[in-house]
Design a protein around this ligand. Structure first.
Ligand SMILES: [Zn+2]
Length: 106
């Protein structure tokens, strides 16, 4: 898989985050990147989701597909005692980043 860099841009319309599957609201910043896998692709993601995945916050193996990411997020929430009842995946992503940042400082 070849990735042609990513950029942070302000959305002019709604997009779907390719990590958590939730809506990226119009007018918010998100990360967009493109590349070649079997064919040309492009992805959009919340800045938080991109940070979690590309910043090595997730504690699962390096090789995972976007389908596995939600599983990884839920696993990490269990490890960090973050309750995920009634929360969206995107909310859990933000809580995980917060909890992991806190851990590094201590
Ligand atoms: Zn997301």
């Amino acid at each position: 898989m070849t990735v042609f860099g990513s950029e942070h841009i302000k959305s002019r319309k709604e997009h779907v985050c390719c990590f958590c599957g939730e809506t990226i609201e119009k007018g918010t910043y998100y990360v967009k990147w493109s590349g070649i896998d079997d064919s040309f692709f492009h992805c959009c993601a919340h800045e938080d989701c991109d940070k979690l995945v590309s910043g090595n916050y997730l504690e699962c193996d390096d090789e995972f597909s976007t389908d596995d990411i939600i599983e990884c997020i839920l696993d990490d929430c269990r490890d960090h005692n973050i309750s995920y009842e009634g929360k969206s995946i995107h909310e859990l992503v933000k809580e995980l980043i917060k909890s992991k940042n806190g851990k590094e400082k201590n």
